[in-house]
Design a protein around this ligand. Structure first.
Ligand code: UD1
Ligand code: CA
Length: 453
């Protein structure tokens, strides 16, 4: 099976400098969704016809199984497929997909392919309440397909037809090689229409059949930003349905966004307005509070991420509590039952079991032992303006509030740092270390008074 994806068009109505097929749906370029559809039906080699936007398109989606074919200038869909022809194996059929129709399902494509057995030309068509903009399927009185007429070339009777061409078809490749060079551009748009192969097939007695998708949105193309946003909602709605079928609790299926993969254990609950990106794993019983953004993380069983937290490339162990308003940056590893509270930022740090940083802290490039308490307002000063340095805090240490740990520095096992300490040298184990000017009281001191008062 040959696959050709048409992706050379400009997408004028997007009003964008970015080629249309690189606009993103669920975080991935539209064309990437279509490539995935082609791979899902088992295509080993995929021809992508590109053109508008130049090398941006192949550069954005490098892949070993793609043959990039440049179409320049872009003279229509028929001209586009003609450019791919030299790369196609004439012994098998050719499936034509559109780079701007991202939600086509594998089952539908397989049904269309089944229709195309024995040299039949198979078209994917759909009945639309509002067919405007699409090419119409013209049938004879017996219901046999005669041709496709583009809207701009259609007469009133043809325009009144509701069955439209989705742009997706399967054609016998040998015949395609005959039909494509025979196309003319004598039409309203002065283009070589791929759709005109239908009339040629009928004229020479090649059977033409059609298949329909189960859902209208499978065949929906993206021509404008409004259509892209509408397809995004459809995609996300399906994601939410699938999650709930798997047993995930969603406070509101209309308010979750997935731009990647989400793997959930049993009895996970996700509150409203959460965004998941990259690959995220949530263990059994994990609860995600409202308005969290979670990218490339694994969160183990029993942990709770409270509202408004932002987690990026972090690993959270079992029964941890994170947030509200916490930020875990890349390289953060929390072991079991760690508590990270509000306005705490952790980066590239390992925090062992039962340790806590509950309020207003920055922990960066650190190794934190077990049962450590990090007081409010503690900051690791890990950057000297040139290099990053590590802070080590051993088991059972207690870090008083408003402490600065000027790395590289080590706080020994069981050590206590007094509040307000600026630690510039190591703190020995089991002792109190404090750096602070002694408190003084000046008796009888008077506040200055305003002059002339
Ligand atoms: C096309 C069909 C129309 C169908 C509609 C479905 C033709 C002539 N018309 O119309 O029957 O109802 O799709 O969405 O085929 N492209 C190229 N090179 C070109 C022109 C287009 O690669 O020279 C690509 C575009 O990037 C796009 C696809 O082909 O992915 C369809 O092109 P577009 O201009 O959107 O065609 P429509 O006018 O929508
Ligand atoms: Ca289109």
């Amino acid at each position: 099976m040959n696959v050709v994806i048409l992706a050379a068009g400009q997408g004028k109505r997007m009003r964008s400098d970015l080629p249309k097929v690189l606009h993103r749906l669920a975080g991935r370029p539209l064309l990437d969704h279509v490539l995935a559809a082609a791979r899902a039906i088992g295509a080993k080699k995929i021809c992508v016809v590109y053109g508008h936007g130049g090398e941006q398109v192949p550069t954005a989606l490098p892949a070993d199984d793609v043959v990039w074919v440049k179409q320049s200038p872009q003279q229509g869909t028929g001209h586009a497929v003609l450019q791919a022809l030299p790369h196609l194996d004439p012994s098998g059929p050719t499936l034509v997909l559109c780079g701007d129709v991202p939600l086509i399902r594998t089952e539908t494509l397989n049904r269309l392919i089944a229709q195309a057995a024995d040299g039949t030309l198979a078209l994917l068509t759909v009945e639309l309440a509002d067919p405007s903009g699409y090419g119409r399927i013209v049938r004879n009185a017996d219901g046999a397909i005669l041709r496709i007429v583009e809207e701009k070339d259609a007469d009133d009777a043809e325009r009144a037809l509701h069955e439209v061409n989705t742009g997706i078809l399967v054609a016998p490749t040998g015949r395609l090689a005959r039909w494509l060079p025979a196309l003319t551009s004598r039409n309203a748009q002065g283009e070589y229409y791929l759709t005109d192969i239908v009339g040629l097939a009928v004229a020479e007695g090649t059977p033409v059949s059609s298949a329909q998708p189960e859902a209208e949105w499978e065949a929906a193309g993206v021509n404008s930003r409004a259509q892209l946003a509408a397809l995004e909602r459809i995609y996300q709605g399906r994601v939410a349905e699938r999650l709930m079928e798997q047993g995930v609790g969603l406070a509101d299926p209309a308010r979750i966004d997935l731009r990647g993969e989400l793997h959930c254990g049993r009895d996970v609950f996700i509150d409203i307005n959460c965004l998941f990106e990259g690959r995220v794993e949530l263990g059994d019983g994990v609860v995600i509070g409202a308005n969290c953004v979670i990218r490339d993380c694994s969160i183990a069983a029993g942990s709770r991420i409270h509202a408004y937290s932002h987690l990026d490339a972090a690993s959270v162990g079992q029964n941890c509590s994170v947030g509200p308003y916490a930020r875990l940056r890349p390289g953060t590893v929390l072991e079991r039952e760690v508590h990270i509270g509000n306005f705490v930022e952790v980066k590239n740090s390992h925090i062992a079991d039962y340790s806590k940083a509950n309020h207003l802290s920055y922990v960066g490039d650190s190794e934190v032992g077990r049962r450590v308490n990090i007081g409010a307002g503690t900051i690791t000063c890990n950057y000297d303006g040139v290099n990053k340095h590590r802070t080590v805090i051993e088991d059972d240490a207690f870090i008083g509030s408003d402490t600065q740990l000027v790395a590289p520095v080590t706080v020994g096992r069981g050590a206590t740092l007094g509040a307000g300490t600026t630690l510039t040298g190591n703190a020995p184990p089991e002792a109190l270390t404090v750096s602070r000017t002694k408190q003084v009281t000046i008796p009888g001191w008077k506040r200055p008074v305003k002059k002339g008062a």
